[in-house]
Design a protein. Sequence first.
Length: 278
Amino acid sequence: IHLATENEKYLSELPEQAGYFKETRIVEFIFLLSEKWHLDQSTRYQAVELLERFMIKQVEQMCDDRENTKGHDQGQRSSWSSLRDQIANTFVLRLVSCVQLASKLSLHYSRVTSDTALKFLQSLKYSYTKQELLESELAVLDTLHFHINVSTPLAYVELLLEVLGYNGCLLPAKPLHQLCVQLLDFCYLTRETIYDTLLKIAIENSTPSKLQIAKFLTVKEDFMLLAVGVISTGVFILSPGHWEQVVEHLNCITGITPQSILEFSYAVVRRIVGSITP
């Protein structure tokens, strides 16, 4: 109930730029960096969500500042080109800071130290100091008002799997959990293709309008739907005989319709097949 309420609140306050900083290259960068530093599964999702929320707020603040100075400073600093450069010049530093902060929220794994982060940045030819690294972390914390312990789709997946087990669904728990994590990774890395397919299924049209795309944003950011879709797809692959029972249970638990669950699973499976078919 808590996660469902939190999800609904997030969707009700969704900025129109949501998802801009979840493109494949960014997500892949965070996943690979988390793997390099041996961070747990939840940390990489948390880092993605922190970076997304921070970047949107930072861009909003920079745009507001630009509007406030418009007319007083018409030079390069107030141009959109300059704004883009400001974001690009610190983007990798901010990304590393989000991974660092996410690692500090995990009690079971070693946090990413300043020395580790600086060594990595230096390998990319950046010459930041420890002070600048600390200031970057503080900038993220300040911009997000220290609200960094956000729920991730993995938390939804794991809790729903527990509820299914409690409700008597006899599923292979460990292999299903492992497969669901792999599918969640896959959904993050192929996000645009999966949701593009899902949108076209929902509107029964291969050319959605700008308005339809805008309204579909809440679907793309719905963590509960993503978790339900991942579990449904995992069961379909691993234990198809239980699929209908699991979909029925997921419908009862979350209120998401069997049709919506089916459509999401279809979009994921279609993308999987597309990725392995030459």
